[in-house]
Ligand binder design. Structure first.
Ligand code: ADP
Length: 596
């Protein structure tokens, strides 16, 4: 499963939070419950002590009240005189105390006022007063004080206080618990609890020692109880409901849960901000990497305040820079390779062309050799025959025709031989401009200058790496073709210019130009569009053969303003250490003579 960095951080935070908080929450809850229970039980365990203290205080109060009753004026006298009714009346009319009733006992121990059980509270002989609990059925607290003087004891007077619901309420208030007061027979005397639960818990309370015990009611409610004696006539059980004691827990738990939820939300919000801060530069890096795939190496990279991310970003940046440099090197190398490949292909096809040309040339030369001599012999014979038969009309005409045809065959053979004619004594270099001037001179010598003037333009003086005779042969073929393209006359231009390591010679005319359909074939051997003896279709073939033999080439094109232009490109001759070559014979050692 894949997730974004932001989600991963959030999930991590949430998981860490839950994993750490939930067990801690449970432990805290356990501890809280334990502490609450312990404190509550300890508190409850102190209830008997409180009861004891309260009893002591109460006894003192009761004794004081008893002394007050015993000191009622006239009581001692009435008792001493045996006037019981008066004594009873005096006690009954004495000011009372709330919740207490007067008690009067005569010297013989007869109870004159108060419950009969009061007699059980009489102090031992010699004591002035006593206090205690009496009557097991309806327990009560009694305090008695001696009535009499130095002349002896006349009786006992005091107060009694019932053990009832009021006492239970007071004890409950003091001990912050419910109170259950049981008589010695186990009956519930007074309680702050409901009657049913009081009866139910009464049984357990009777067996309760003075330490805290836990009891469960029939409804499943749990209670803690501790019991303490109330004199010898009753016992008090202090009761606390466990649920009530722990009632604060649900609220605490809800508060804790809310606080935890809020903390989780805050942590997630913080995590979101943190992960955004973390993820933004990483996201920027991912986008830049995507753009690198598309060839864009300049996508911006976001800065990060996190050291590790910053290190990755700068490493990525460096990697991207070197990748771009490598790519550019590779592209350059590729272009160079393509260039080389193209040049190689061109060179290859040129080599093949040259091979073919050389083979053709050899064949043509051999053929020409074989043809030229017999043709010359036959022609000579026919010349003789024509002279002999000069007066015989028809046969002279046929002889002329045969001689013309033989002339044509001779011309053909001569041109074929031109192709492989050795350079003779000429050096391997010459000035193209010089050769052009020689050709112009040839035409000046004839009567052609006015009809076909030859114009020479020069730009640069570099020599070409070709013998002058061979160059003259090439130029003569082109100039001758130009003249033939302009039967009514016109200028022939020879433009010569140096271009780096080559010399470009352009021979142009103002004729009809070359038909597009024949343009691809004009350099083929025996291709001609001319009729008669002039067109044997070898002029351009021979010129191209010579040019390529010396590392040059010839191209043909139609001029925009009309006419054709032939371009010869020849390599520049290397620097000559010796004196420049002697100019070639203007008559042309092996070339054809100009003119019709
Ligand atoms: P030939 O001159 O004997 O025909 P070439 O090889 O010299 O043989 O020329 C071949 C053909 O090229 C010519 O027949 C002609 O159709 C065409 N050609 C050559 N030069 C020119 C030119 N200057 N103008 C028009 N066509 C030309």
């Amino acid at each position: 499963m894949r997730m974004s960095l932001r989600n991963a951080v959030l999930v991590l935070l949430g998981a860490a939070f839950v994993l750490s908080l939930v067990p801690a929450g449970f432990a805290l809850d356990r501890r809280l419950v334990g502490d609450l229970e312990r404190r509550s039980r300890e508190d409850l365990a102190s209830a008997p002590m409180i009861l004891k203290d309260r009893n002591a205080q109460r006894s003192e109060t009761l004794v004081m009240h008893a002394q007050a009753v015993a000191g009622t004026s006239g009581l001692a006298e009435a008792l001493a005189a045996g006037e019981r009714e008066r004594a009873v009346a005096l006690v009954m009319s004495a000011p009372g105390f709330p919740g207490e009733a007067p008690v009067l006992v005569d010297a013989e121990g007869r109870v004159l006022v108060g419950p009969a059980a009061t007699a059980g509270a009489l102090p031992p002989a010699g004591e002035d007063g006593a206090t205690g609990f009496v009557d097991e059925e309806t327990p009560m607290a009694v305090a008695l004080a001696r009535v009499g003087g130095a002349d002896g004891t006349h009786g006992w007077a005091g107060v009694s206080a019932m053990v009832d619901e009021a006492l239970a309420g007071t004890l409950a208030g003091l001990t912050r618990s419910d109170v259950l007061i049981l008589g010695m027979d186990g009956d519930v005397v007074a309680t702050t609890l409901g009657p049913e639960i009081a009866t139910e818990l009464g049984a357990a309370a009777r067996s309760a020692p003075d330490s805290v015990i836990e009891a469960t009611s029939t409804t499943g409610a749990r209670y803690w109880m501790v019991a303490a004696p109330l004199g010898a006539v009753a016992s008090v059980a202090f009761v606390r409901g466990v649920e009530q004691e722990l009632a604060v827990l649900p609220n605490l738990r809800t508060t804790a849960l809310l606080a935890a939820g809020l903390a989780l939300l805050l942590a997630l919000a913080g995590g979101f901000l943190m992960s955004s801060y973390l993820a933004r530069p990483v996201e920027g890096l991912a986008q830049a990497a995507d753009r690198v795939r598309g060839g864009d190496f300049s996508a911006p990279i976001t800065d990060s305040g996190i050291k590790e991310v910053e290190r990755v970003a700068s490493a990525f940046s460096e990697m991207r820079r070197s990748l771009a440099a490598r790519l550019s090197d590779l592209e350059d190398a590729n272009t160079a390779l393509e260039d080389r490949q193209q040049r190689l292909t061109a060179l290859q096809s040129e080599l093949i062309q040259r091979d073919r040309l050389a083979a053709n040339s050899r064949l043509v030369s051999e053929l020409a050799h074989e043809i030229r001599n017999p043709v010359a012999n036959v022609r000579n014979c026919l010349e003789v025959v024509r002279r002999e038969q000069a007066d015989r009309g028809a046969s002279t005409e046929f002889a002329d025709l045969a001689i013309d045809e033989l002339l044509r065959m001779h011309e053909l053979a001569e041109r074929m031989l031109d192709l492989n004619r050795p350079a003779g004594g000429n050096s391997g270099r010459c000035s193209a401009a010089e050769v052009a001037r020689q050709i112009a001179q040839l035409y000046h010598a004839g009567a052609e200058e006015t009809r076909w003037p030859v114009e020479i333009r020069e730009n640069g003086t570099a020599d070409v790496a070709m013998p002058p005779d061979a160059l003259k042969q090439v130029m003569l073929n082109l100039v001758e073709n130009a003249r033939e393209a302009m039967p009514d006359g016109g200028p022939v231009t020879i433009d010569i210019r140096s271009r780096g390591d080559a010399v470009r010679i352009e021979v142009a005319d103002l004729g009809a130009g070359i038909d597009d359909t024949v343009l691809p074939n004009i350099f083929d051997p025996f291709f001609t569009t001319k009729e008669g003896v002039t067109g044997v279709g070898l002029g351009l073939f021979v010129a191209q053969g010579l040019a390529s033999r010396y590392g040059g080439r010839i191209g043909a094109a139609n001029r925009a303003g009309g006419g054709a232009a032939f371009t010869v490109e020849l390599p520049v001759a290397p620097e000559a250490p010796a004196a420049p070559a002697a100019p070639a014979d203007p008559a042309g050692a092996g070339g054809p003579t100009p003119g019709p």
